[in-house]
Design a protein around this ligand. Sequence first.
Ligand code: CIR
Length: 404
Amino acid sequence: MTETRQDGRAYGVDSEVGPLRTVMLHRPGNELRRLTPRNNDKLLFDGIPWVGRAQDEHDAFAQALRDRDVEVLYLGELLTEALDDPAARAQAITGATEDLRLGDTLRDYLRAALGELDPAQLAETLMAGIRNDEVRAGGLVTSLLAHEDFLIDPLPNLLFTRDSSVWIRDSVAVTSLAMPARMRETQLTEVIYTYHPRFAGVDKVYDHQLEHVEGGDVLALGPGVLAVGVGERTTPAGVERLAQRVFAKDLAHTVLAVPIAQQRATMHLDTVCTMVDTDAVLMYPNMAEQMRALAVTTDGDQLHVAEPEPFLVAAAKALGIDTLRRIDTGLDPVTAEREQWDDGNNTLAVAPRVCIAYERTVETNARLEESGIEVVRISGSELGSGRGGPRCMSCPVLRAPTAT
Ligand SMILES: NC(=O)NCCC[C@H](N)C(=O)O
C-alpha cells in the first residue's frame, strides 16, 4: 500500500538518507539485448551483459528494497500506464521520431506504425528502439541505411533511473542528459510525470530542454541543501540554472557546486561520494582531499557564489552542523581505485546507517560496517557492466524526513 505523508502527498525527498518509502527502478529488458561489441561504447556500456542474469540480479535488488518496506515502482509500467492518454502517446511518438536522420518518408511511416501499437507495445518500442530490418518502411532512406542501423535508438541506460529525474522536495526535476545515447530517456520521464495519474499536478522544477544536469550529480545533503557535481555530465551552466530554479521555488537555500574530474570513472558526483547517515558520507579516498565546493546562495534576486572550500567544510556549514563525517575506507590507492570503478562508493541509503551496496566491493563494504553502517549486499556482476551501482539504479520518489 502506498504510504502517504501527513500532507497527503505520495512523493517528496529532502535528504539522501531519510527512510526510503517509494523508489522508481527500471527492470532491464530488451533494450539491453540491443548491445553489441560494435555499439556498446557508444551506448555507454563496458561490456555485453547476460540479460537473464542481469534481470535476476535486478529482481534481487528490488526484493531487498521490498524487504525493507520500500514500494518499488517500475519505469516501464509507469510509462505504459501514462501512454493510455492520447496526448501522452502523441508527445512520445513525436519525440521518438524527430531525429533528422529519418527524413520525411521514414518519419511519417514510423509515426503511423507507432500509432497502431497498444500502450505496452509502444512503451516497449520506445525503450528497446527499432532496427531498420524490423520494419518494411520502403523509400530511399531505408534502402540506404544498413539493416542493423537503428531508426529509433535503444535506451539501455534506462536502468539508471537516478539520472533521468530527481525529486527535490515535492518537485521533480526532469533532467537534461548530456550524452547523445541517453538524451531520449528524459522524453520518457517527462511523459510519465506529465501524464501518469499518480503524478497529476506535480510541480516540475527542471526540464529536459534546459542546460545539462544529470540526477547522479545531485545529492540532497539535507533539507534545503543540494550538492551538485559539475564534470563530464552536469555543466557549469546546468548547475547555475538548477540553482536559479530551486531558489525561485524555495526548494533549497544552498546549492554546493562541486567540480569533479571530467572522466568516465567519475562521471557523476555519486560515483565518488554518497551519504550513509545524516552526518556521514562515504567518499572515494583518492579524491576526498581535493574535493572543493562553491556555495551558491541567493538574496532573492541574484546568485551569490562563495570562494571554493573543502567539500566537507562547505557541506557542514550549509547543513548547520559542526562536521560532516567522512567514512574513511582507509584503502590503499589501487584497491580504492578498483572498488570505486566497481561502484563501491555508489551506495543507496534506505535509512540512516543502512545502505545497499554491490557485494563485489568487499573492502569498502567491510570498512562501512566497521564504521557502524549496515550493508545490504546485492550481486551486480551483470548489472555493473553499465557502470552504475545501487544509487544509480534508483530514483527515490518518497523518503520520510530524518529525525531532527
Ligand atoms: N549516477 C550514475 O553514476 N549513473 C550511472 C550511469 C551509467 C551509464 N552507463 C552512463 O554512462 O551514463
